[in-house]
Design a binder for this molecule. Structure first.
Ligand SMILES: Nc1nc2c(ncn2[C@@H]2O[C@H](COP(=O)(O)OP(=O)(O)OP(=O)(O)O)[C@@H](O)[C@H]2O)c(=O)[nH]1
Ligand SMILES: [Mg+2]
Length: 516
């Protein structure tokens, strides 16, 4: 098969696995390349045996009985995607061992970014409020609570009436929520329920939707437990027996459906290994610019970076070429975020574990973010935990640290000291801008070096007879990047190829010894 045919075949079968409503094509090396949803990403896998959307899955997503439970437990409903006028309150502990290491201003900024990730939500009020502890029934001291009530009341009477209060704490207990809702006379949401709302909005694939649905259940159970723990004897129950059974059954069904989808993912992963494409996972804090970087590396116009938290929820694979013209798959992943309750993010860990098997991991960091260093530490910690559970170790040679959005940093001296002192040993930072493409060619060179090293590949120019079996063998077993006539011998071709050591040995064994 010649190169042209080989690429045609590759792209043809890739088209088959591409949801063109979600992705449009971009241009790489003269060939139209398409984004490939990871669950469908084996462009060159011939059999189409993926599980389609089943009735079970559709029923789990559209379940009216469940909708009424989730709407009363966490105020997450389809309706809430309508216009909302939100008051954000960021509680923080001022003193003592439970004081957050992050400045309250930055916590508040992150809370605002969460709200801005929901298209029709408007921030009407935004306040940070010191508290002694985050566990008090009414959360705030009595004086503070009256003050807040006064501010909210005044707002209701002037300007646009508020529609909800977002208390930026991981999870509020049932009692805290009840008390604050009575005091403010407005629905009260916590970080968990706001993030669920964002995740619901951004989930595209069935796997992501089911994952979000599963992520809601621990929250509802925790509210039930809180309520039962404190209101014994009051006679009020939060869930009827039939609702409890419905939730238990729902959880079992969600887990079953996810297991089916994941076993398919596993199948695809094994096939990808057989196909031997080097894989580069792009990871990092949410909004750091992972999708933008992949767009810059693949020149894929269809990728849509968005200034929203958790914009990407599906792990997707995108083909790109290294400078030596070796084809690699870049995997876009779900962003990390601190202060997200573990139950919520646990559901997405499976997709990340998949990414952790990549040959090279690119850690994208937002240099323009005030909290950049803490974000890096958070991602590194989470990665280390994932690695401990996973099959591969996180050897430094597999990780490339990328400092993105450098166009927004006035001068490099303004970068946090921690970044300036990073040495090649602890993972030198490659400063780039995915927007202006500053530093991207150098990053590609480094990527190529790492990919070749980690996957044991090398670049070679091999002289082969024109029309001989060697050419066909190389096309099948290596990445042929260029062919040219041999200026010294009209019957020979010079073939540039990227090849693994094992394949090179085979080539020698098959052709060189025989010729000798
Ligand atoms: N100025 C500037 N903006 C950038 C750069 N890279 C990304 N952005 C912007 O940052 C925002 C987030 O970019 P994304 O690529 O969606 O970030 P992400 O890491 O994929 O985010 P999630 O999928 O939500 O985790 C978008 O508004 C981008 O346009 C850059 O180099 N410079
Ligand atoms: Mg993204």
């Amino acid at each position: 098969m010649n190169r042209c045919l080989q690429l045609t075949h590759f792209n043809h079968s890739r088209d088959k696995y591409t949801d063109s409503s979600k992705y449009k094509s971009g241009r790489v090396a003269g060939q139209r390349q398409k984004a490939i949803a990871q669950t469908e990403d084996e462009g060159s896998v011939d059999e189409d045996d993926g599980p389609g959307e089943t009735n079970n899955q559709a029923e789990l997503i559209e379940d009216r009985e469940y909708d009424s439970v989730v709407s009363s437990a966490m105020h997450v409903t389809k309706r809430i995607l309508n216009v909302q006028h939100v008051a954000i309150i960021q509680p923080y502990i001022k003193w003592g061992p439970r004081k957050s290491p992050t400045k309250p201003e930055l916590l508040l900024q992150e809370a605002e970014a969460l709200v801005r990730s929901l298209p029709k939500w408007n921030i009407e009020l935004s306040m940070k409020v010191p508290v002694e502890t985050l566990d008090k029934r009414q959360l705030f001291g009595t004086g503070k609570l009256d003050e807040l009530k006064g501010i909210i009341q005044a707002r209701q009477e002037a300007g646009t009436p508020l529609t909800c209060v977002f208390i930026s704490k991981g999870t509020l207990s049932y009692n805290q929520k009840q008390t604050l809702e009575q005091e403010f006379r407005l629905p009260v949401m916590d970080r968990y329920s706001v993030v669920v709302q964002i995740l619901r909005l951004h989930a595209v694939s069935m796997e992501a939707k089911l994952q979000v649905a599963l992520a809601e259940l621990p929250y509802i159970w925790s509210q039930v437990k809180d309520h039962e723990g404190t209101s014994k004897g009051s006679g009020r129950i939060l869930l009827s027996d039939s609702q409890r059974q419905m939730l238990q059954l729902r959880e079992r069904k969600l887990r079953n459906e996810l297991t089916i989808i994941r076993s398919h993912r596993e199948l695809l992963r094994n096939r990808r290994r057989q196909k031997n494409f080097p894989v580069v996972a792009v990871v990092g804090y949410t909004n750091a610019g992972k999708t933008s970087l992949i767009k810059a590396l693949t020149e894929e116009q269809s990728l849509q970076p968005r200034d929203q938290l958790f914009a990407t929820l599906d792990v997707t694979a995108h083909a790109g070429l290294l400078p030596c013209r070796l084809e690699v798959l870049y995997m876009d992943t779900v962003g990390f975020m601190a202060d997200i309750p573990t139950g919520l993010i646990e559901c997405f860990v499976a997709t990340l574990e998949d990414a952790m098997l990549a040959d090279v991991i690119v850690h994208v960091q937002d240099m323009a973010h005030e909290n950049c260093v803490e974000q890096r530490v958070h991602v590194e910690r989470t990665l280390a935990t994932l690695m401990r559970n996973g099959e591969r170790s996180l050897a430094p040679e597999r990780v490339i640290n990328v400092g993105n959005k450098i166009d927004l940093v006035p001068n490099e001296a303004a970068l946090p000291q921690e970044h300036q002192t990073m040495t090649p040993e602890d993972g030198k930072l490659h400063l780039i801008s995915s927007r202006t493409l500053h530093g991207v060619p150098e990053l590609l060179t480094e990527l190529e070096r790492r990919v070749l090293r980690v996957t044991g590949r090398q670049r070679l120019v091999i002289r082969v007879p024109m029309g001989g079996p060697e050419m066909a063998w190389l096309y099948k077993n290596a990445a042929v990047t260029e062919t040219a006539a041999d200026p010294n011998n009209a019957e020979r071709l010079l073939v540039s190829a990227v090849i693994t050591e094992a394949k090179l040995q085979q080539f020698r064994h098959l052709f060189i010894r025989r010729r000798g």
